[in-house]
Ligand binder design. Structure first.
Ligand code: HEC
Ligand code: HEC
Length: 316
């Protein structure tokens, strides 16, 4: 089938509508040409066409000049030839089988033939080895700037709801393997909403306790009450000490690094309404070989940032 119809861009009936209109218009052109060029012979005593004269120009009732009508015949013949070879009528693919989609596929395959061997060579090495290969990091960086920046930012530092990838604080773990699994399979963070399970006061108390975990000033009485709620309701995912759980993507609540925000109001909102961070799986979009390079790039960047942080901490 024609690609335009196969893609569902046009409903099937419209293909025939276009085809019939096109052929009828071309036939009508031929008919008009014939009607205007063969009726009369060139004659010296051609008649004025009505009384049409304007500014010294007069219109005679002559047949169309031969060179002109022949040129027009040629264009109509060209049109039929074109429609025979190319998918202009929509209901056929044309004898050449050409289409923009097939051309696109051919170009993609050409590029793949060129780049696949490069990717495959890296795919055979482990992420850590690839992460110190400058050529690989260049490719990984370009892939990141194309496919990841809309969520994680050009500087990889993320934004509200989209994690910073270079702060060495990981929801799902920062080993090369964990990073690669995250990108390949995607991740769904599920922080349940507690509107039904907890009373508003209980939520505020739990939030006060969460504030205390990162050493911030709080209302002592509320923290005491909130601790009980936390141990009962939240510890299952965030851990008894609030340090999180990389198997669930439950964030560490003690490090004062926040995915959604660490103010009392935001924490209350998080606990009341829940949060569902979604990292889209890239396996079927980019393929394993490209994800491998991306994992190496993210790992290398996070290591580099950690290094420079260490160095700046060491400075007096
Ligand atoms: C549509 C937005 C979106 C895009 C595009 C996206 N991500 Fe993510 N990514 C997220 C979100 C949201 C999370 C956090 C998921 C959660 O909250 O559980 C995440 C998490 C991650 C993590 C885990 C971070 C951690 O702390 O464990 C890594 C690594 C990651 N993304 C890498 C990438 C790479 C590489 C790309 C490009 C191929 C990419 N992401 C594209 C939204 C996105
Ligand atoms: C079922 C497991 C689960 C339970 C139970 C749970 N959480 Fe969470 N929580 C998560 C996950 C997973 C996330 C990350 C959500 C995301 O990535 O979008 C999260 C996120 C959060 C955040 C946001 C942290 C940030 O960096 O912005 C806070 C605050 C929080 N939880 C507090 C609590 C409190 C308080 C409770 C108990 C009332 C609780 N959680 C119970 C799994 C859980």
């Amino acid at each position: 089938m024609n690609d335009l119809l196969a893609s569902g861009f046009l409903a099937p009936g419209w293909g025939w509508y276009v085809a019939i209109m096109t052929v009828v218009s071309l036939l009508a052109c031929l008919w008009i040409l014939r009607a205007n060029s063969t009726k009369k012979e060139h004659s010296a005593e051609a008649q004025l066409h009505g009384q049409n004269e304007w500014d010294g120009l007069r219109e005679y009732d002559n047949p169309l000049p031969k060179w002109w009508s022949n040129l027009f015949y040629l264009t109509v013949i060209f049109a039929f030839g074109y429609l025979l070879l190319y998918p202009g009528l929509i209901v056929t693919n044309g004898l050449l089988g050409w289409s923009t989609a097939s051309r696109y596929r051919a170009e993609v395959n050409e590029v793949k033939a060129e780049t696949d061997p490069i990717f495959d060579a890296y795919a055979k090495q482990d992420v850590k080895t690839v992460s110190v290969d400058n050529g690989a990091l260049k490719i990984g960086g370009r892939l990141f700037q194309t496919y990841c920046v809309q969520c994680h930012g050009t500087d990889m530092r993320g934004s509200k709801g989209f994690p910073n990838l270079v702060d060495n604080d990981w929801l799902y773990g920062g080993t090369p393997e964990a990073i690669e699994t995250t990108i390949l399979e995607g991740r769904n963070g599920v922080m349940p909403a507690f509107t039904a399970a907890l009373k508003p006061e209980q939520i505020t108390d739990a939030a006060q306790y969460v504030l205390s975990l990162s050493g911030r000033s709080t209302v002592a009485a509320a923290v005491g009450r909130g601790e009980g709620t936390f141990k009962q309701t939240c510890a299952a995912c965030h851990g008894p000490d609030g340090k999180g759980n990389v198997a669930l993507g439950a964030p560490n609540l003690t490090d004062n690094i926040w995915l959604y925000g660490g103010s009392l109001a935001t924490i209350v909102e998080t606990v009341t309404k829940g949060r569902q961070g979604h990292m889209p799986a890239q396996k079927d979009i980019l393929g394993e070989a490209r994800v491998h390079l991306l994992a190496a790039y993210v790992y290398a960047q996070s290591q580099e940032q950690a290094q420079s942080q260490l160095q700046s901490n060491r400075k007096p």
